[in-house]
Design a protein around this ligand. Structure first.
Ligand code: PLP
Length: 392
């Protein structure tokens, strides 16, 4: 059976060159980078090369990159690190949005339960934050603004430069979760006006379990991991040399391919929109496109089934597609076997039942037009099957 992977926003396959670059660091070059002997020094050199490559890619200094276990840790480090560092100044207010990834959302909710004030800003029905709303939410106690660059469910790009400008004017630290934008669109910490930025390797054809937090020089942040003095004393624990080397290589490949990858994803997105219009023409009112089509990256397309026409659980669609060889996701958290409506789709103003029937398609390097056509045909078979059942 044909298999089509359209879940690249969840994770990507490792690029062969990335794996090749990592292999020697599992075997011959196995030293602990903190060791002073040659085994250690070789490992250390590899880490610093990767750090420099990644720093250059986002227009940062190598000393501003702290490797973490992924995007989740980078987000938690940013939120808790800044919150704790500011407690002594009596600054205990954070501004974020309703559409953040759970790594930011849940960290902020934890702080809220423990004495912090958190403002969760609404988005428009297009899935975009209004920078003016950020400005209005600022108080003398605000220590951090955290707004994601690209949303992982609907792909919308937030006005980070403008929000960063506001943060600068008010002297407030600004963090962005760039896990879904890093390696896909230009991410330059100076142009974006950010003080902290999170990214992850496995979304860009690198290994799982490695990411980084960019921390602008001079930013006071409390460390999250206590122990050894790795990562210039900011993140204790022996570094995973193979993963860091793989991350560096994945960034090198991205730097070469980013424009082509973007154009390729754009072509696939346009094809999917065209094909959906065509194939779903008789039941076009059943599908709702989520988020702005223009102010979004081309790698993600997200649809809900209009609950006023028919109620279908996303799970049924995803399993239905999986049986037919198409891998997609609903983009929201699945807890103890029961699907919760996506907080992102709810934030767009959709009703709960519509939010429960959300399907995310996300494109990658290896996808072709044929993959998209096949996925749309199978998507139609599954959805129209439910529509026919409902009519009977
Ligand atoms: C926007 C966003 N932030 C954070 C994360 C978490 O990254 P990681 O899987 O590396 O922990 C993800 C992963 O899906 C994401 O999409």
């Amino acid at each position: 059976m044909r298999r089509v992977y359209l879940d690249h926003a969840a994770t990507t396959p490792i690029e062969p060159d990335v794996l090749k670059a990592m292999m020697p660091y599992f075997t011959e070059i196995f030293g602990n980078p903190s060791s002073v002997h040659q085994f250690g020094r070789e490992a250390k050199v590899a880490i610093e090369e990767a750090r420099e490559r990644i720093a250059n890619f986002i227009n940062a200094k190598p000393s501003e990159i702290v490797f973490t276990s992924g995007g989740t840790e980078a987000d938690n480090f940013a939120i808790f690190g800044i919150a704790i560092a500011n407690l002594k100044r009596g600054k205990n207010h954070i501004i974020t949005t309703q559409i953040e990834h759970h790594a930011v959302l849940d960290a902020c909710m934890f702080l809220q339960k423990n004495g912090f004030d958190v403002t969760f800003l609404k988005v428009g029905s297009d899935g975009i934050i209004d920078p003016d709303d950020v400005k209005q939410a600022i108080t003398p106690r605000t220590c951090l603004i955290s707004v994601m660059h690209v949303n992982n469910e609907i792909g919308t790009i937030q006005p980070i430069e403008a929000i960063g400008q506001i943060a600068k004017e008010y002297g407030i630290l600004f963090h962005t979760d760039a896990v879904q934008s890093f390696g896909k669109i230009d991410v330059d910490v100076d142009k974006l006006n950010v003080d902290l930025l999170s990214a992850s390797a496995h979304k860009i054809y690198g290994p799982k379990g490695i990411g980084f937090l960019y921390i602008r020089s001079g930013v006071e942040i409390e460390k999250f991991h206590h122990g050894g003095s790795q990562e210039a004393g900011r993140r204790a624990g022996t570094e995973s040399v193979p993963l860091i080397v793989g991350f560096g290589k994945a960034v090198e490949v991205c730097a070469e391919r980013m424009i082509n990858d973007f154009e390729h994803a754009k072509m696939l997105k346009e094809r999917m929109l065209y094909k959906i219009n065509d194939v779903f023409s008789e039941i076009s009112d059943v599908l709702l496109l989520n988020g702005s089509v223009d102010k979004s990256i081309p790698h993600i397309l997200n649809f809900s089934i209009n609950s006023s026409k028919i109620e279908i659980d996303a799970e049924a669609i995803i399993y239905g597609l999986d049986i037919k060889g198409v891998a997609v996701s609903n983009g929201s958290a699945c807890t103890s076997g029961s699907l919760r409506p996506s907080h992102v789709i709810m934030a767009l103003g959709r009703d709960e039942k519509t939010a429960l029937s959300t399907v995310r398609f996300s494109f990658g390097r290896a996808n072709s037009i044929d993959d998209v056509d096949y996925a749309v045909e199978k998507f139609y078979e599954v959805v129209s099957g439910f529509v026919k059942l409902a009519v009977k």
